[in-house]
Design a protein around this ligand. Structure first.
Ligand code: AMP
Ligand code: GLY
Length: 423
């Protein structure tokens, strides 16, 4: 079997490592990949968003299965284009990917089908949004750009002045481009956050083990929002009872809602939840594996990932028993100094072996997010650089080992949180 994974971050590395466990996976390509991924798969220099280039490569190389992993090619219809060319692809089509690509769409979906979420209003005019915020007069208030904004399109305003600035940043300064043509103004919710990813073929939904992201850049959940600075699985706040409730109140209703809208969702559906005093509510949907959630969830997967992806495409997920390893997993993201704002690239990474891994430590995997490899050495090449991941019997064991591993790797200006799993 020839498999192509679209993307080039830590999440894609985690997907590839899992796919490699299947002996049928004789050749794995990754487009565009990165330095560390290149040790496990063949990097192909095609941008993740190049729909035409990807289809062309897949057809010419007789690819048997494509995993479209990032949000933007999904939103651009890469799965539709691959299927049209006769290539089997894992991921939602363009119509279904709207569940992540447009917050206006996902909020309306939840309202229409009674799926619990924060109360909200939609605006396409800045003055009207500001007038509403003033009339409402409750703070904090949350202002969100409608479209994809690299996880940065959500602004939490503590007072009127900040709220007005947030609306202007998105709608007048166009900080997130066309993604900010419409905004959602929503109620501020409180409570622990939980990420639940699920496989679904549009009929059956099978949740994966839960996880918890740490979105802020600095210890104690301070600093700017990032793509994610570390994850743990399972999420200690997510009880079996809560999981059963979310299945009935959120997960299954979402699958039904998408079917009722004529947009059946096939692929990995990500539920960003907040466990509020009034029950679990949806903060956001993603149409794909989370990054760095995939890095702690997939290592715990016992069932073969190639089989799961094929069953999802074929609509036979109901027949597949998906099993998980007990224990825990922790991922600490090592980032470039300055991330998520401006940072320099090109520093040599010290401590990795020739395969970009750590010698002599059991149960540790270094997922590469932003690296390049030259003459057998690895260099930083992005904001998030490595996701150092460890499994263990308990969360404490996984975290201790992950931090021990982090301590063996360094480069100029390296930044990571010291409180993953403890904040
Ligand atoms: P999102 O990109 O929609 O996941 O939002 C990023 C982060 O902003 C979330 O992980 C939450 O921590 C926070 N957030 C988003 N919406 C709300 C809300 N309605 N109330 C409180 N926090 C929120
Ligand atoms: N870690 C959050 C995301 O992938 O959007």
């Amino acid at each position: 079997m020839k498999i192509l994974v679209v993307g080039g971050g830590g999440r894609e590395h985690a997907v590839i490592r899992k796919l490699m466990e299947n002996p049928r996976a004789e050749k794995i390509y990754c487009a565009p990949g990165n330095g560390g991924i290149g040790c496990d798969a063949e990097n192909v220099p095609i941008a993740a968003t190049d729909v035409e280039g990807m289809v062309d490569f897949a057809v010419k190389n007789h690819i048997d299965l494509v995993c479209v992993t990032p949000d933007d090619p999904l939103a651009a219809g890469m799965v539709d284009a691959l299927q049209k060319a006769g290539v089997r692809a894992f991921g939602p089509n363009k119509a279904a990917a709207q569940i992540e690509a447009s917050k206006v769409f996902s909020k309306r979906l939840m309202k229409t089908y009674n799926i619990p979420t924060a109360a909200y209003e939609v605006f396409s005019d800045a003055d009207e949004a500001i007038a509403f915020i003033r009339r409402r007069g409750e703070y904090p208030v949350v202002v969100k750009a409608d479209g994809l904004a690299l996880g940065k399109g959500v602004l939490i305003a503590q007072n009127e002045e900040e709220a007005v600035a947030a609306v202007k940043t998105i709608m007048e300064d166009h900080a997130f481009g066309a993604a900010g043509n419409q905004i959602v103004v929503e109620e501020f919710l409180t409570g622990p956050e939980v990420s639940v990813l699920a496989f679904t073929d549009g009929k059956t939904l099978k949740p994966m083990v839960s996880s918890k992201d740490h979105k802020r850049a600095l210890d104690g959940n301070q600093g700017k929002n990032t793509g994610g600075m570390g994850t743990i699985s399972p999420n200690p706040d997510y009880t079996d009872e809560m999981a059963a409730r979310c299945m009935q109140e959120i997960f299954l209703p979402t699958v039904h809602a998408m079917n009722a809208e004529g947009r059946p969702f096939c692929g990995c559906l990500y539920f960003g939840l907040m466990l509020t005093p009034n029950g679990p509510k949806v903060i956001e949907y993603n149409s794909r594996f989370g990054d760095p959630e995939a890095q702690v969830v997939l290592p715990r997967l016992e069932t073969d990932l190639v089989d799961i992806m094929e069953a999802t495409i074929d609509g036979t997920l109901a027949d597949l028993d998906i099993r998980w390893k007990p224990g825990a997993c922790a991922c600490v993201v090592m980032a470039s100094g300055g991330y998520p704002e401006s940072y320099q690239k090109g520093f040599e990474i010290h401590g990795l072996d020739a395969n970009g891994q750590l010698d002599g430590m059991d149960g540790v995997t270094v997922y590469h997010a932003g690296t390049k490899r030259e003459n057998g050495k690895f260099y930083t090449n992005g904001g998030r650089v490595l996701g150092v991941t460890c499994t263990g019997q308990t969360l404490d064991e996984a975290l201790d080992k992950a931090y021990e591993a982090v301590g063996r790797i360094t480069w100029e200006g390296v930044h990571y949180r010291r409180d993953i799993g403890r904040a």
